[in-house]
Design a binder for this molecule. Structure first.
Ligand SMILES: [Zn+2]
Length: 306
């Protein structure tokens, strides 16, 4: 069985008619999971309401600057606006972004209670959001907040974040690179948005591993990188929880990048991760071709249910 944490409220973060990070992304994934042959093994779980989650605001404030949190809130309260040219805030976006963080925290709880995987199907995504800045479709740094939250739980001393979104998670890295108990590993197209993620960026404690990959690469490029870099780095870190910033814009069909992965390739990524630990929390980041995105999430979840 696999808990998938989802709410229709995540559709209420409105980004406009022509924005790739649109509510239909989640609808496509939900439909694909309901049609998958393993659908009866999915436990659909609603996220804890923001007001009922006592950990939410303290954890948000641990990662983000209070002025920034208030800025997002005020833009939403005053009818909406933009954090940058790519990153709209609609009237309900602040509440929805809080619910997304709450869902990621619930995901940590689910993994720690079952010692097994959980998938957070939320938006907005988070890995570009920095301490005091939202950018690249991201409002709050969901994965980093989840990592800080996990470290407060009994028996959790080290948390690793693997980011296979095609873009470098500049926000996650900026937040966790000063934290010796958190490792961050990213595979990303380079050069590409946001321009960070050089291999020379190693974190304050050698706790960051960036793997820049040339545009157009296929699984034939990714697979040896998992075997020689990603897996050894994560095994060596000995994390008590693995968080995956699961973005699917590395697909050949994706309109925002020019990698050449296929949906089934994410099942291979997953098998490498399951070889490291069973305690894996997935959270959705990017992925903008609805068909490739939803097939990729199915391919990610399938090996968890074998
Ligand atoms: Zn991305």
């Amino acid at each position: 069985m696999l808990p998938v944490i989802y709410s229709d409220e995540f559709l209420d973060h409105k980004t406009g008619n022509y924005h790739p990070e649109k509510p239909e992304r989640l609808t496509a994934i939900v439909n694909a999971l309901k049609e998958a042959h393993f659908s009866e093994k999915i436990i659909w779980q609603s996220p804890t309401a923001a007001l009922e989650n006592p950990s939410l605001m303290p954890m948000l404030a641990k990662v983000h600057n209070p002025d920034y949190i208030n800025k997002v809130k005020n833009i939403a309260l005053t009818g909406g606006g933009y954090l940058d040219g790519d990153t709209p805030v609609s009237p309900r976006s602040y509440d929805v972004a809080l619910l997304a963080v709450s869902a990621w925290l619930d995901g940590v709880d689910a993994v720690l209670s079952t010692q097994n995987q959980a998938f957070v199907l939320a938006r907005p995504p988070g890995h570009h959001a920095e301490i005091d800045t939202g950018m690249g479709f991201c409002l709050f740094s969901n994965a980093a907040i989840a990592a800080f939250y996990a470290l407060q739980q009994p028996g959790i001393n080290r948390v690793a974040i693997l980011d296979w979104d095609v873009h470098h998670g500049n926000g996650t890295q900026a937040i966790v690179e000063t934290q010796p108990q958190i490792a961050y590993c990213s595979l990303h197209q380079y050069p590409c948005y946001p321009g960070t993620g050089r291999a020379s960026e190693r974190g304050f404690y050698n706790n960051v591993l960036n793997i820049p990959i040339p545009p157009g690469s296929t699984i034939a490029v990714y697979q040896p990188l998992f075997e020689t870099k990603v897996v050894p780095f994560l095994v060596n870190f000995q994390a008590d929880l693995l968080i995956i910033s699961a973005g699917y814009d590395g697909n050949a069909a994706d309109p925002l990048a020019t990698m050449n992965l296929q949906p089934e390739d994410y099942g291979l990524f997953m098998n490498y991760c399951l070889g490291i630990t069973r305690k894996i929390l997935f959270g959705l980041e990017g992925g903008y071709d609805l068909s490739a995105l939803s097939q990729s999430v199915v391919a990610t979840i399938e090996p968890c249910l074998v």
